[in-house]
Design a binder for this molecule. Structure first.
Ligand code: GTP
Ligand code: MG
Length: 215
């Protein structure tokens, strides 16, 4: 007889406890937290670089997650926004790391806190960080079949950004097919096709972000 044992269940249970603590801690301070997830290089940091300067009515800060380097935190600071870099030898951030990082931003007291998760289209989806909003950033260059092949992150997201639409014609990607694929796995999400490079489509996304509150 074969019995399946979920080895990661206790790890996820512990993470859920930290996430619940984070959620209460964020809510008490009225910090609205957005968790940005994507595969490596889909354009999370570029999207933040373009979005943050357009959020004049919000006080923003960013927690950056990467395996190595503080390159992304430096990019965020270069646009005048406070950033805390987490370096961790893991394919995802967890709630305990985020709780510790958030405490370094108490003096900033952001009313909008972004978490840029580690570039990975699979693992971050399993870890609640205590965020209020989840966003999947996907690049048009990754191919229109990928949302169906890696559905979990899309399924859980409140919004899906389809970045790099400027590259679609060069990658033989049909935006129509890609939108269909996203809607099939993510029917309740707000979908924003845009190019962080050219600025096309950015405004609708910025409006959505600017309207986010704690929930
Ligand atoms: N053509 C084009 N390139 C883009 C766009 N957005 C980002 N890029 C480029 O894509 C590359 C990766 O962008 P990043 O913003 O570093 O991606 P990321 O998701 O933060 O990457 P990781 O943090 O390493 O997972 C960079 O060379 C960007 O200049 C876009 O809309 N169009
Ligand atoms: Mg990045």
């Amino acid at each position: 007889m074969t019995q399946k044992v979920a080895l990661n269940a206790p790890v996820l249970r512990k993470n859920d406890e930290f996430a619940a603590e984070n959620r209460a801690w964020f809510a008490a301070r009225r910090w609205t937290v957005i968790n940005l997830m994507s595969g490596p290089g889909a354009g999370k940091t570029t999207l933040l670089e373009k979005t943050l300067p357009r959020l004049a009515t919000r006080r923003c800060a960013v927690i950056e997650g990467d395996m190595q380097t503080d390159l992304d935190a430096s990019r965020i600071r270069a646009v005048g926004i406070a950033a805390h870099q987490i370096n961790v030898n893991s394919c995802h951030l967890d709630a305990r790391m985020v709780g510790e990082a958030a405490r370094t931003l108490i003096a900033v007291d952001p009313d909008l806190l972004f978490i840029e998760n580690i570039g990975n289209l699979v693992c971050p989806a399993a870890y609640d960080l205590g965020e209020a909003w989840r966003v999947t950033v996907f690049s048009a260059a990754e191919g229109s079949d990928k949302p169906r092949k890696y559905p979990k992150m899309f399924l859980q997201s409140d919004a899906v950004v389809i970045n790099k639409i400027d590259l679609a014609p060069y990658c033989d990607v049909s935006l129509e097919e890609l939108l269909e694929s996203v809607r099939a796995v993510s029917p309740r999400a707000a979908v924003f096709p845009l190019s962080s490079r050219t600025g096309e489509g950015l405004e609708a996304w910025v409006e959505w972000v600017a309207a986010r509150e704690v929930r």
